[in-house]
Design a protein around this ligand. Structure first.
Ligand SMILES: *Cc1c(COP(=O)(O)O)cnc(C)c1O
Length: 332
């Protein structure tokens, strides 16, 4: 297979799998009787909610840090790795670095609540509190890279990150080799791009369906524009799907364009209903970003009858207040 501009191949994903083995959970793919009856299909759930950091992002972060150690030696990472994320990526970098014995610094704005700061510190990372916004925290990350020689671990736009997330696609193909469709939440595109690369290389007929927010979806608007564009960020129950794709995106925009077959947007109400449905019927606590696959099946009536469909339950990072909001919006 030719190595295209995005730099991610099936071989990179197999390498990633070897690197992360033992550090990241090989998660189960479970059959959902309730959802299978509801959609007259075989619905399978990929339980990334079981990852020790709470989300699939541990795959990419572990792969990148381990690959850097492999290529340049541990001494090259002496100053540590750095990123700015309050959410699943920050937790993943903190967790992966601590497991691999590398120092980690997570830059967080002063507006980030104390409980989130404590959670990241508990995973073994140094937290640097700086500025009044995520943007200011990023400026600090750039300074630490420049002045202290730290290494940036980006949340999605790197071939090593996307290849790490792609290991999830290998597991899907092993556990359900005749899968008809995978439904994946889409933000920066590391998850969908990695899974899509693995699945398409092994079984090109399997459809890769992306699901974005209905407002503030940077990848949606960028695909329409044919180039990365900036969007205004809007609050959502699926907060892990917010944020831009980077105007200088060099990997995931091209990758997503290459591997995705269809793409849907979902409303806040259907995300809320899907979160509550998964809690009530599957007894699984998922965050909004992990419920968008079910939200898309319900809201858009995708033609899945008789098919084998995997929904990626990507993470469990949900605050109780957010769950309350979802219940209110779902009216349950
Ligand atoms: C980051 C994230 C996503 C989206 O992944 P991208 O690689 O940014 O597209 C989906 N679900 C959860 C839980 C996440 O943390």
């Amino acid at each position: 297979m030719p190595q295209s501009q995005h730099g991610v191949s099936l071989a990179c994903i197999y390498q990633a799998r070897q690197r992360i083995a033992g550090q990241v959970l090989r998660t189960p793919l479970v059959h959902s009787p309730a959802l299978s009856r509801r959609f007259d299909a075989e619905i399978l759930l990929k339980l990334e909610t079981l990852q020790p950091s709470g989300a699939f992002k541990l795959r990419g972060a572990t792969n990148m840090i381990a690959a850097l150690i492999e290529r340049h030696g541990r001494e090259a990472l002496e100053a540590g790795v750095v990123t700015a994320s309050t959410g699943n990526h920050g937790r993943a970098v903190a967790f992966a670095a601590s497991r691999l014995g590398v120092p980690a610094t997570i830059c967080l704005s002063c507006l980030v609540p104390a409980n989130k700061v404590a959670a990241i510190e508990a995973l073994g990372a140094e937290v640097e509190r700086v500025g009044e916004s995520q943007d200011e925290a990023f400026i600090e990350v750039e300074r630490l890279v420049r002045e202290r020689g730290m290494t940036l671990i980006p949340p999605f736009d790197d071939p090593l990150i996307a290849a790490g997330q792609g290991t999830l696609g290998l597991e899907l193909m092993e556990d359900a080799p005749d899968l008809d469709r995978v439904v994946v939440g889409l933000s920066g595109g590391g998850l969908l791009g990695g899974i899509g690369m693995a699945v398409k290389a092994i079984r090109p007929e399997t459809r890769i369906t992306g699901v974005s927010l209905s407002r503030g979806a940077a990848m949606w608007q960028s695909l329409q524009a044919g180039r990365p564009v900036a969007v205004e960020e809007v609050g959502s129950l699926a907060d892990s799907l917010g944020g831009g794709i980077g105007l200088d995106n060099r990997c995931t925009f091209g990758l997503v364009r290459e591997v995705m077959d269809d793409h849907f947007q979902v409303s806040e109400t259907s995300i809320a209903q899907a979160m509550v449905d998964i809690l009530e019927h599957e007894k699984l606590l998922v965050e909004g970003a992990a419920a968008v696959g079910l939200a898309a099946l319900a809201e858009h009536g995708l033609e899945v009858r008789g098919q084998r469909v995997a929904l990626v339950l990507s993470g469990n990072g949900v605050a109780l207040e957010t769950l309350d909001k979802a219940r209110q919006l779902a009216n349950r």
